[in-house]
Design a binder for this molecule. Sequence first.
Ligand SMILES: Nc1ncnc2c1ncn2[C@@H]1O[C@H](COP(=O)(O)OP(=O)(O)OP(=O)(O)O)[C@@H](O)[C@H]1O
Ligand SMILES: [Mg+2]
Length: 330
Amino acid sequence: MAVILEVKDLVTKFYTLDGVVNAVNGVSFTLDEGETLAVVGESGCGKSVSMMSVMGLISSPPGKVESGEALYYTSQGARDLLKLSANEMNEVRGGQIGFVFQDPQTSLNPILKVGEQISESLMKHLGISARDARLRALELLAEVGISDPELRYNAYPFQMSGGMRQRVMIAIAVACTPRIVIADEPTTALDVTIQAQIVNLLKQLRAKMGVATIWITHDLGLVAGLADRVLVMYGGKIMEAAPVDLLYDNPCHPYTVGLLGALPRLDIHEAKRLVSIDGAPPDATIPINHCPFAWRCIHAFEHCWNENPVLTNVEEAHQVACFHVFEKGG
Ligand SMILES: Nc1ncnc2c1ncn2[C@@H]1O[C@H](COP(=O)(O)OP(=O)(O)OP(=O)(O)O)[C@@H](O)[C@H]1O
Ligand SMILES: [Mg+2]
C-alpha cells in the first residue's frame, strides 16, 4: 500500500502565561492509502494538537508548530503541509483532507443553514454551480442518513440534535471525496446508540469511498472493530504503534498494557470490571528528558529516568518506546 501521509518529528508548543506547554514532542507516523489508523491515549496526551498541527489548525499565538514535516503524497509528488500558505492549506482542507471535529456545535456556522454549508464547500473545492452543489448536498444529507433532506437542508444547526449535527459534519468532511478523513472523537458528545450509528456510517463511507481515516479516540474498545493500525500516545509522544491485532495480542508498552487493562470486559464479573492506571498524565509545562510515563510505570528503572526512549521495532510493523521492553524483556 502506498503511503499517503508521512509525519516526521512534529513538535508543537503553546506559549501561555502559565509557561510553555509541550503539547507534541516529536511525533512521527505514516498513513497508507485506504488505511484506518486509530490514535488513542488519555486526555491531554496530544492527539488533537498533533492532527490539528498537520492540518494547519493551530492558532498562533499561543500555539506554534516548532518543527517537523507532514508530507502529503499525490501523483505529483510530496507536499509538506506544514509549509503551505493559508490559501493553499484551505484548498487541501475540506477538499483532499476532511476533518470531523469532536463538537460540531463549535465547527458548524451557527447562522448558516446546514445545506448551504455543504453547498459552499462543494462550490469552493469542486468549482461546481450553486444548483449542482445544492443537488449534491441533498444527496449527501441522504447518504449520511438524514431523513427528509429537502427540509433539513434549510435547517440551522441549533434546530438539529447532536447526532444530526455530527452527520452534517461528516457530510461536509466527505463532500468532496477526500483522500483522507481525520475524525477527532466524533462520537464522544453523543449517546451510545447514536455513537454506534455514527461509527457505522463512517465505516460504510470508508468502504464505499476507500478513504484513509485517522480516528482519534479515548476508547480502545471502539478501536478493535474499526482500525487497521493503532498509535498509542502519552505525554505528546507515540509510545507504541502496531497493527490492531498485534497490539491486542502482544501489547508491549506498560502504558498500553494499562489502557487495555482499563477496558471493561463483559466476561469478567461486574465488580472487577474496571481498573484504571494509577496517577495522572505529566504536567506538559515541565520539560523532561526522561520517559514521560516513568512516574506512573511499575517497571521504571534507572535508564527510564536518564533518557527519553524513542520508538524502536520490537517485531515487524510493531514499534515501542520503552527501555524496559528492550533491556528487561518486557
Ligand atoms: N490552545 C491551547 N493553549 C494551551 N494549551 C493547549 C491548547 N490546546 C491544547 N493545549 C495543551 O496541549 C496538550 C495536548 O492537548 P490535546 O488537545 O492534543 O490533547 P488530547 O489528547 O486531544 O486530549 P483529549 O482526549 O482531552 O481531547 C494538553 O496539555 C493541552 O492542555
Ligand atoms: Mg482532543
